[in-house]
Ligand binder design. Structure first.
Ligand code: HEM
Length: 603
């Protein structure tokens, strides 16, 4: 078919009625299609005129096909209708082959085909978990947007749906044909993610995080596979409970530095908490000692973490539901996500590569302290060579990079929440201070278990403000049925940790900060479940860094209590929390008034 401009006047009158609503009538196809192709090639917008009409026709054709198939149990074979529905669309694409809109056009066409496919999927007779009704095509896109846009946090909204739809265990929504199932009860997470963990150990594809923002190497995002298992095993060997005593000295040293900095520059306390968490992991993983006040490696984690927080909770980025959007050029209006992803990708690569390169260089100079990386490299005996060695080195490098970023922000959030609760509950602070003081010296990690009230304060902090309120999403590896509700294969499964830790059947008066709930008052009373049971996720993907995290938090909390009284600023501040993977409080002010110091702060 020629794509030169047909002269309008030369097109027979009956063919000028370009088939905006009907297929071209007999004899007019060439005129109609070539004229339209010509117009497109000369820059007519994809979303205007013909294209959108043919896009619409494509959808209606898909729907008719589906209806026909359902009614007659055989494929829809109206040659004229299907031929004329698809042919012009293909011509459009060819016509645009020299146009810069081609990728957009392909993305749009594939999106439509994908959507139709998703809507035509067969459904078994079980109902899906209930949930809010969505809009056509986009479904519940708006319902899963972060709270910053809608005024409430996602975990609170999701918990409310369980009440609204009278389904305490699970609710669900659909976004652009993708199913998200939210588990809101202890029963559901245990039954599904723990007892059936083999079926739910996968992750959703996380296109924004992995494909665009460069986090593919992060094993927390990997699909359930041998490669993931190898990463997890390598990681676990160095972060299991029996390894913890080896790190006690590192934890203590980093926390002492933080305490001294609280005394000398209290206004920068947020930075000091970040430095404590970052320096612990850098030392354990790479044997690296912080060099300067604003160490560049701490900055690496700060840069990289934003991407992880923003991209891993389902609902934040459309591309997670419509993968073809990956191909939209970054200059295209509305493609801001591509521009952000480009910056995040650079940060993710720097985080993984720069400390590693520093260590490799130091090793050649023979000046390294033992660390996760150096010990693992030593273990790779000289018999592992060539490609195998390269692959194993990559696993070690990935595990090191992820422990650094996973460990940095999470413990920071818990320590900051503790500080906030102490500001608001001075009587609880003073009870915990007396308990710590009763040791008569600075606490040691071997004192764990000897400070029941202080440990109850930590537990209540993790309960009231779970660090990762929606955990990391899992994915269903096969179709399943739970309590008469259908869970389709590849659904994203979100465990609402916040909802469980605020369930009044488990924790009475759940919105009140009350550490006493974790203290046994008499022999008959049962403890409520420790928040640790839920706060670190579930099943085969449960957080493997939790022992280190709990030790870091314990030492930071007990040292702070031993050394300072924390108070708020004179004018009361309302502090809000971020709605992302890690929910940390937004910056706030506080004052550290030195107490006995137990030798930590120089007189
Ligand atoms: C208070 C601190 C922390 C909290 C609340 C926390 C929470 C979580 C949660 C909820 C998950 C997802 C579990 C699931 O999918 O069900 C997770 C995964 C993970 N965490 Fe943590 N974490 C913390 C600290 C740490 C630390 C210090 C490290 C490393 C040193 C770490 C390393 C990891 C890794 C590697 C994964 C991925 C596991 C996998 O997918 O197999 N975390 N964490």
């Amino acid at each position: 078919m020629s794509l030169t401009a047909p002269v309008w006047d030369e097109i027979p009158t009956q063919c000028r009625q370009i088939p905006l609503r009907e297929p071209p009538s007999e004899g007019c196809e060439t005129h109609a299609l070539s004229y339209h192709a010509y117009k497109l090639r000369h820059g007519e917008s994809l979303f205007r005129g013909w294209n959108s009409i043919w896009a619409f026709r494509l959808v209606t054709w898909g729907t008719s096909n589906f209806k026909f198939k359902t009614a007659h149990k055989k494929p829809f074979q109206d040659p004229i209708y299907s031929q004329f529905s698809l042919a012009p669309w293909i011509v459009h694409l060819i016509a645009m082959s020299k146009s810069s809109l081609l990728p957009v056009s392909i993305a749009f066409a594939s999106a439509l085909v994908l959507l139709i496919g998703r809507f035509l999927r067969k459904r078994p007779s079980f109902p899906l978990p209930p949930g809010p009704k969505g809009f056509p095509i986009v479904g519940n896109l708006r319902d899963v947007q972060p709270g910053e846009h809608t005024g409430d946090k996602r975990w609170e909204r999701f918990a409310r749906w369980s009440r609204d739809y009278n389904s305490p265990d699970a609710v669900s929504v659909e976004v652009l044909g993708e199913r998200i199932i939210i588990l809101n009860s202890k029963k559901a997470v245990i039954d599904i993610l723990e007892k059936r963990s083999g079926k739910y150990a996968d992750r959703p594809e996380m296109r924004m995080a992995n494909d665009l923002s460069g986090w593919k190497w992060n094993f927390a995002h990997m699909q359930h596979s041998d490669l993931w298992r190898l990463h997890r095993k390598t990681f676990h060997q160095h972060f299991q409970p029996r390894m913890m005593p080896e790190y006690y000295a590192i934890l203590k040293a980093a926390t002492q530095i933080m305490i001294r900095k609280f005394a000398t520059s209290p206004d920068d306390f947020l930075d000091h908490v970040r430095e404590q968490a970052g320096s612990i992991v850098l030392k354990i993983v790479y044997g690296y000692n912080l060099q300067t006040a604003n160490d560049p490696y701490i900055q690496l984690a700060n840069n990289a973490i934003e991407a992880l927080i923003e991209t891993t909770v389902p609902g934040t980025f459309l591309v997670d539901f419509l993968p073809v959007l990956k191909y939209v050029p970054s200059w295209f209006p509305g493609a801001g996500f591509k521009r952000r992803a480009k910056v995040w990708k650079k940060y993710s690569e720097e985080l993984r590569d720069l400390p590693w390169e520093w260590l490799m260089k130091s090793m050649t100079q023979g000046a390294v302290e033992p660390s996760f990386v150096s010990k693992n490299l030593e273990k790779l005996s000289s018999s592992v060579e060539g490609e195998d060695r390269k692959a194993m080195e990559e696993v070690i490098r990935n595990c090191a990079g992820i422990s650094y970023v996973a460990g940095a922000d999470t413990t920071v959030s818990a320590i900051l929440s503790f500080i906030l609760h102490m500001i608001h509950h001075p009587e609880i602070q003073s009870r915990a201070q007396s308990e710590v003081e009763s040791l008569g010296r600075l606490p040691e990690l071997s004192d764990k278990g000897k400070l029941p009230f202080t440990e109850a304060v930590i537990a209540e902090t993790l309960r009231c403000n779970p660090v990762t309120p929606l955990a990391l999403p899992h994915a269903a590896m096969e179709d399943d049925v739970y309590e008469g509700m259908w869970i389709p294969k590849r659904s994203t499964i979100v465990a609402n940790i916040w909802a469980i830790l605020h369930d009044e059947k488990l924790y009475s008066d759940p919105m009140t900060f009350n550490p006493d709930r974790f203290l046994k008052k008499d022999g008959s009373e049962m403890f409520p479940l420790h928040p640790e049971t839920f706060a670190f996720g579930f099943g085969r993907r449960r957080c493997p860094g939790r022992y280190l995290a709990l030790n870091s938090i314990w030492i930071a909390v007990t040292y702070i209590l031993a050394t300072f009284t924390i108070t708020g600023p004179e004018e009361e501040e309302i502090v809000t929390y971020h709605d992302g993977l890690v929910s940390h409080p937004y910056p706030f002010k506080c004052r550290f008034i030195p107490r006995s110091g137990l030798g930590l702060i120089p007189a």
